[in-house]
Design a protein around this ligand. Structure first.
Ligand SMILES: NC(=O)C1=CN([C@@H]2O[C@H](COP(=O)(O)OP(=O)(O)OC[C@H]3O[C@@H](n4cnc5c(N)ncnc54)[C@H](OP(=O)(O)O)[C@@H]3O)[C@@H](O)[C@H]2O)C=CC1
Ligand SMILES: O=C(O)CCC(=O)C(=O)O
Ligand SMILES: [Mg+2]
Length: 474
């Protein structure tokens, strides 16, 4: 059934039931080595996974690794331009859980991102990127340990759908003409805006289904966290892009207050309930005044809408959420995207799960990784209902390729996420112990070594860091 692949002779498939993986003791797991530094990182990471599994289960459980191809390696095996062979896509679909190294995307032309294509083709709609601090990791921040967030990034739409036209292309010019002459003038709120004729043009679709399935997963994850971390923040730029980013926020709140009504409270609801708890005699208008700055200068119809919101909340959820009960619910709030970039630096401990659209999540996950030690420490997972691919936040870092130099930590931590997803917590914990101890003992690669005080000289190689982790797993 495969053109050029030979699955391992021993091992079984992981299958999904109701979105959850059913994992045999000897699963077959496809892996893509990756381009650039993938050549260094993958062997180091695989060695750590196998050692941890052996130590945790003494041979009762093991992974049968199945090498599949994408990027440069795929072209070598399958021929020119065969960056993402059908074999690779079929293997991921068949075996359900896969792990990959980074893949190159040329800028400004040629192939579109293979990484994005893998997510879209397999409908891996939730990109999950935890940013958690390991004691002793050098950081540009004073209190990096205060940051403990998980980014839930929508993974299939937004501008990453890649629907765009080059400046001067026939279709691009036609589209601009239709917009300028027909659609924009027919939309009163656009007044007499016009798109400059020499523009490249891109489309940013944000769907209700795509937004809500992402927020659903984020809330389900929040429910599994300790009480103090049960919070989902909807990140958006809805003040500017009302019908895409603003809609993401609104659809997020909608699902929180319908499907998850019993277990969620929104921030505004918590204010209304809290105000009433502090002062049971508080009038509707006074409560509205407390939740809406500038209430008194609003026109009567806007004041009426806020009064209505207060009345609705008290009528609908006072019994289930009032008298402090809301404090035991998952808190759902929202923050404007630019503000959250500064908030994770100035008030990191106020956040837990950050639910984002695709582009915002891409930016935010690199920024948050920087606080806890850099891209060498940024793991990730792309999760759908029938399939999951685990991969680091970083790219191929081509200048380091083949030097055995970069930090394999992010792919190793992506493997930790994979083991946790499979329910192999004991093996995952051993690796986390190994990483924690190696960092605490200053046994680190160049990226962490150069930030340590005093700097570590010489830094460990990529392969040596893997050995240092294995030596410290118990
Ligand atoms: N999921 C994926 O496969 C992704 C692929 N890419 C692709 O990767 C290619 C290169 O992208 P680029 O913008 O350079 O971003 P990269 O993430 O590859 O590298 C940027 C910088 O991050 C640091 N870094 C990256 N990986 C590590 C690591 N393992 N250990 C320590 N430090 C690390 C290095 O910093 P320093 O120089 O300071 O040492 C590096 O120069 C592009 O083609 C891009 O499209 C990008 C992101 C994700
Ligand atoms: O695929 C790429 O080139 C970039 C993807 C990326 O930056 C990411 O997923 O974080
Ligand atoms: Mg990125």
């Amino acid at each position: 059934m495969y053109e050029q692949l030979n699955p391992p002779e021993t091992g079984e498939r992981i299958v999904f039931q109701d979105g959850e993986p059913i994992v045999p003791d000897n699963p077959i797991i496809p892996f893509i080595r990756g381009d650039g530094t993938g050549i260094d990182i993958w062997p180091a990471a695989q060695k750590v996974f196998d050692a941890a599994i052996q130590q945790a289960y003494g041979g009762k459980r093991q992974i049968s690794w199945f090498k599949i191809y994408a990027g440069d390696e795929a072209c070598e095996k399958y021929g020119t331009y065969q960056y993402l062979p059908a074999d690779t896509l079929s293997a991921i679909k068949e075996y359900g859980v896969a792990i990959k190294g980074p893949l190159t995307t040329p800028i400004g032309g040629g192939i579109r991102s293979l990484n994005v294509a893998l997510r879209q083709i397999h409908d891996l709609y939730a990109c999950v990127r935890p940013c958690q601090y390991y004691a002793g990791t050098p950081s540009p921040h004073k209190y990096p340990e205060k940051l403990d967030v998980i980014i839930y990034r929508e993974n299939t739409e937004d501008i990453y759908l890649g629907i765009e036209w080059r400046q001067g292309s026939e279709i691009g010019d036609r589209l601009i003409k239709i917009l300028n002459e027909d659609l924009i003038p027919a939309t009163p709120e656009h007044k007499n805006k016009q798109i400059p004729l020499d523009s490249g043009i891109g489309i940013k679709p944000i769907s209700k289904k795509g937004s809500q399935r992402l927020v659903r997963r984020a809330i389900q994850h929040a429910l599994r966290l300790p009480k103090a971390k049960q919070m989902v923040t909807l990140v958006h730029k809805g003040n500017i892009m009302k019908y895409t980013e603003g809609a993401f926020r609104d659809w997020g709140y909608e699902i929180a207050t319908t499907e998850f009504r019993e277990v969620c409270v929104t921030e505004r609801e918590s204010w209304i309930l809290g105000n009433k708890e502090k002062n049971p005699a508080l009038s509707t208008a006074d409560n509205a005044r407390l939740i809406e700055p500038g209430y008194d200068s609003l026109p009567p119809e806007k004041q009426g809408a806020i009064n209505g919101e207060v009345e609705q909340v008290l009528a609908n959820i006072w019994e289930t959420h009032g008298q402090g009960q809301w404090q035991d619910k998952v808190m759902v709030n929202d923050r404007i995207a630019d503000s959250i970039f500064q908030q994770i630096q100035t008030r990191p401990d106020e956040y837990s799960i950050l639910a984002t659209m695709n582009l915002n999540g891409d930016y935010l996950s690199d920024a948050a990784a920087a606080i806890v030690g850099g891209l060498g420490m940024g793991p990730g997972a792309n999760i759908g209902d029938t399939c999951a691919i685990f991969e680091a936040t970083h790219g191929t870092a081509p200048k380091y390729a083949g030097l055995d130099r970069v930090n394999p930590g992010s792919v190793i931590l992506s493997g930790v996420m994979m083991l946790e997803f499979m329910g192999w917590q004991e093996a995952a914990d051993l690796i986390k112990t190994g990483i924690g101890k190696a960092i605490a003992e200053r046994q680190v690669t160049y990226d962490l070594a150069r930030m340590m005080n005093p700097p570590v000289e010489p830094a460990l190689k990529c392969s040596e860091f893997a050995d240092a982790i294995i030596a410290r797993m118990s």
